[in-house]
Design a protein around this ligand. Structure first.
Ligand SMILES: [Mn+2]
Length: 340
């Protein structure tokens, strides 16, 4: 079993990482005090203030040559605990999560804090990207706000927890580049962002882009910040280039994807964000892959998946129990439920 890289891991985080089920038992009682959440926030800030919004993973270390990429989990701690098992068993050396840890599922606070605790325990192995649901306004509509309210009925405490969550969201990174030149991001390509370097210019905390004086730059950064977490690939012919998706944001096409990869000298994109596409879809052949990693996701996802970039160069599609379900870069797909 893998041991913690961070020697200063505090006892309450340690206890949570070792026995998360004990914290899952009660849906009524707050799993952590405001003070404890404050502590987790401080530790997380120390790590993520250092990471830019565009993380080049092999600059951190060779552990990213054996990498598991995970899509939306949406408050589904049970799926998360299945997904992280191969990491704890040292079958993979690192993980990148594509965002959307909260809302919809019943255990948003625990799911988010579990992943954050993992990133504190293994700061150079676990990378958390920000999805569109890492946003307090969205949490008001999709369940997480109610969950926090239930755990912290005291108004002041609830406000304090929400303020901490907002700070945490604002420090997560937006894009990660793997050693195999794959781009990891929550949703996709912003409409007029030709180069990934623009992502690096988005400030941390993210909301500080609002204070940028140069109007043109501010608009550019805002667009990248929002659309990386919201845009969808167009699976149909668009009537016009400004057509909006059901998310209310823009589409990107096969041509957009080719151009973007070429300009940035990258090979493929991994994204999540749309449960209607199911657990896995090769959206544009060889270059755009969709995964979703919560199962059964209210009966909507029959099989959920992760992607494993291996040290030998193979890219393997895995189910949530780490069984091989196909190879992305050799195009042999079988999709069957196999035993471990
Ligand atoms: Mn999403």
């Amino acid at each position: 079993m893998r041991t913690y890289d961070n020697p200063s891991i505090p006892p309450n985080i340690h206890k949570f990482l070792v026995d998360p089920m004990a914290f899952l038992m009660s849906t009524e009682k707050a799993p952590f005090s405001v003070r404890q959440i404050g502590f987790i926030w401080t530790e997380f800030t120390k790590i993520y203030a250092k990471y830019s919004n565009l993380i080049i993973l092999d600059k951190i270390g060779p552990q990213f040559n054996n990498l598991l990429i995970v899509g939306d989990t949406h408050g589904d701690l049970n799926s998360t605990l299945r997904i992280i098992r191969p990491f704890l068993e040292e079958k993979v050396d690192s993980m990148v999560f594509l965002g959307d840890y909260v809302d919809r599922g019943d255990f948003s606070l625990l799911n988010l804090l579990y992943l954050i605790s993992m990133s504190i325990a293994w700061p150079e192995r676990i990378i958390l990207l920000r999805g569109n649901h890492e946003d307090l306004e969205l949490n008001l509509k999709f369940g997480f706000y109610d969950e926090v309210n239930k755990y912290y009925p005291n108004r002041q405490e609830c406000q304090a927890v929400l303020a901490i969550l907002d700070d945490i969201y604002n420090l997560m990174s937006l894009v990660a580049i793997t050693p195999q030149r794959s781009i990891c991001m929550h949703a996709g390509i912003p409409k007029s962002t030709p180069r990934l370097e623009i992502v690096e210019q988005i400030p941390k905390p993210h909301k500080n882009y609002r204070n940028i004086q140069d109007g043109e730059l501010k608009a550019q950064l805002e667009e990248a910040f929002l659309q990386i977490r919201w845009n969808d690939p167009a699976s149909k012919i668009l009537n016009n280039l400004d057509e909006r998706s059901y998310h209310g944001y823009y589409y990107y096409t096969l041509t957009d994807t080719h151009l973007f990869l070429e300009r940035n000298k990258m090979l493929r994109i991994y994204r999540s964000h749309e449960d209607p596409r199911g657990g896995y879809q090769e959206v544009f052949p060889n270059i755009l892959y969709h995964i979703f990693s919560s199962e059964p996701y209210f009966g909507k996802i029959k099989m959920a998946f992760t992607i494993h970039e291996q040290p030998n160069g193979d890219i393997v599609l895995r189910d949530l129990d780490f069984n091989t379900q196909g190879r992305l870069n050799q195009r042999i797909m079988r999709f069957s439920r196999s035993k471990t």
